[in-house]
Ligand binder design. Structure first.
Ligand code: BGC
Length: 541
């Protein structure tokens, strides 16, 4: 006799096979092993967050005694930002911060990453100019967050340097590390009783290369062959000095964590079977991420490959010394190990090959110093930003690369990840929902399959905001902001709900389980019907 069980099993198998494996981007990526969706949960103490930065959302650029920042100056010049946009009003979060806190709460998040505006707190950049209104504003924001059970994750510097300090040389001044340390000390004193997570700098690479190299970001200087290295040198010293200050003076009483946030694309060798492609990829990552990570997370100094190449090229270019400055032994000891965590901002991936020949030509350029050619594959899904293609598997590979290069134990926080759309009034933002789902899934694989120590994830951004040189033409928000309305209303997009669901589930509940349960229900109903209406002899052969 053929038991009804046969039908039940057949029904279940059909259901499960029909939906596995599941791919978020079946139309573009379809490497079975790499891209299949992974069901499971994040560790219980995983920290879910979303982020913004001061100049991008606050507005109130000249309220009370606030000092001007380099971005105020740069945007007001009118020629550097799309449509002549500025952050004068932006999302008006200076006035609407309590609304922002509710948006964060509605998504079920327990963390919020935002930055402090240095010139709002210290109008001339130095503690002797401390602003009562700056202090009032950030105290109000921090208290509002804590009242709503949201922990502040504070970035001390997200690109809005006081113009007064830029006028004295900014990051190019040897005094920069001390200026930054004094500002940070003031912030630890004022806010450290409540802030337990500090990030010194957001994306040093962008500060140096786009701000002082290409000049497309404030302060708009051109020094791609040399200034970029001096800026980065002072920044690393400022970071290290500040970490040491926190460590020696505040950690015992305030018990917080402090680190730095670095940005990096993943660099994929175009052909993994060609050794020079593989070497070029490592070299590119060391010239980008390693420029800052090697001194801080490894040995207090720049990667050897950077030191060798830049010294050789500088000599060929007729210079008396290398364009890459040197740290003293004392500085190396001060810099090494200045981290409690690794903050990682990641958006996209590039392919690379070796450039075949060492480029010794003049004028020098950071872009030529690594001798790597890289590009984005045009088949990878495009977004609202030309530089950002969707490549979910890149974030997993980058996380494992960081683990392998800097050490298994370093806690990694993804402090930014997200995607843009063009300036369209679109609430059903399917691409963003897919982007978050697939990138977060790759992080889950990094944790569960590769054993990488990722402790938290931060979606960029809480809401649409001033996207630097692109102004308001590109939108990264989980919430839509109507910039034509003086009230700056915020409306959740579909991606805000999708992200909230991932957070509520602390990962991804198994589709197989859900479908399997459904199948079981269907099968057992079927079985009951069979038992009730069909005589058992029907199943005899
Ligand atoms: C920056 C953000 C920016 C985002 C998207 C990151 O590099 O930290 O300020 O809005 O990328 O471009």
């Amino acid at each position: 006799m053929k038991s009804p069980l046969v039908f039940v099993i057949a029904a279940m198998v059909t259901c499960i096979v029909a939906q596995d494996p599941y791919y978020v981007w079946p139309d573009v990526f379809n490497d079975e092993e790499r891209d299949a969706f992974y069901y499971g949960q994040f560790p219980d103490d995983f920290k879910w967050s979303t982020a913004t930065s001061s100049y991008q959302i606050e507005g109130a650029w000249d309220v009370e005694d606030k000092g001007e920042s380099v971005w105020d100056t740069f945007a007001h010049e009118g020629t550097h930002v799309a449509n002549g946009d500025t952050g004068d009003v932006a999302c008006d979060s200076y006035n609407l911060y309590a609304t922002d806190v509710q948006l964060i709460k509605n998504m079920g998040l327990s963390y919020y990453r935002f930055s402090l505006s240095w010139p709002r707190i210290l109008p001339n950049g130095r503690p002797d100019s401390a602003s009562a209104d700056g202090l009032r504003y950030y105290n109000a924001l921090i208290n509002e967050l804590l009242d709503n059970d949201i922990n502040p994750q504070v970035t001390l510097y997200h690109w809005d340097l006081p113009q007064a300090l830029e006028d004295e040389g900014g990051f190019l001044s040897d005094d920069f590390p001390q200026w930054f340390n004094d500002y940070a000390t003031y912030c630890f004193e004022q806010f450290g009783d409540r802030v337990k997570f500090w990030i010194t700098f957001n994306e040093p690479w962008i500060i140096a290369v786009l701000g002082y190299g290409d000049g497309v970001f404030a302060p708009g200087l051109n020094g791609i062959g040399d200034k970029v290295y001096n800026v980065s040198h002072n920044l690393i010293l400022g970071h290290a000095m500040t970490y040491r200050t926190y460590d020696s003076t505040y950690r015992a009483s305030q018990m917080g964590e402090i680190g730095i946030t670095l940005n990096s694309d993943f660099v994929e060798p175009y052909d993994r079977s060609i050794p020079s492609d593989v070497e070029a990829a490592s070299r590119s990552l060391r010239f980008g991420l390693g420029w800052y990570a090697n001194p801080i997370f490894k040995n207090g100094d720049y990667p050897d490959i950077m030191k060798e190449k830049i010294a050789r090229k500088s000599a060929a270019q007729g210079l008396a010394s290398s364009r890459l400055p040197e740290f003293t032994e004392e500085e190396k000891n001060m810099i090494k190990g200045t981290y409690d965590f690794f903050g990682l901002n990641h958006y996209t991936t590039v392919y690379c090959v070796d450039s075949d020949q060492e480029d010794l030509s003049n004028p020098p350029s950071y872009y030529k110093d690594g001798d790597v050619n890289q590009w984005k594959d045009s088949s990878w899904p495009s977004t609202g930003s030309s530089w950002l293609h969707v490549v979910p598997w890149g974030i997993r590979r980058l996380a494992t690369w960081i683990r392998d290069e800097y050490g298994q134990d370093i806690p990694i926080y993804v402090t930014e990840n997200g995607v843009s759309t063009k300036d369209v009034a679109e609430l059903n933002d399917e691409i963003r929902t897919k982007y978050y789902t697939s990138y977060i899934n790759e992080i889950l694989k990094a944790i569960r399959i590769d054993n990488v120590n990722v402790k938290g994830y931060t979606a960029w951004s809480l809401m649409d905001n001033f996207e630097w040189a692109a102004g308001y033409t590109e939108r990264f928000g989980l919430h839509y902001v109507d910039f034509s309305d003086p009230e700056r209303p915020r409306t959740p997009k579909a991606s805000a709900n999708a992200y909230a669901q991932i957070v509520a589930d602390n990962g991804f509940n198994s589709g197989s389980t859900v479908t399997g349960a459904l199948c079981l229900l269907v099968a057992s109903t079927l079985l009951a019907l069979i038992n009730a209406f069909v005589p058992s002899t029907c199943f005899e052969f």
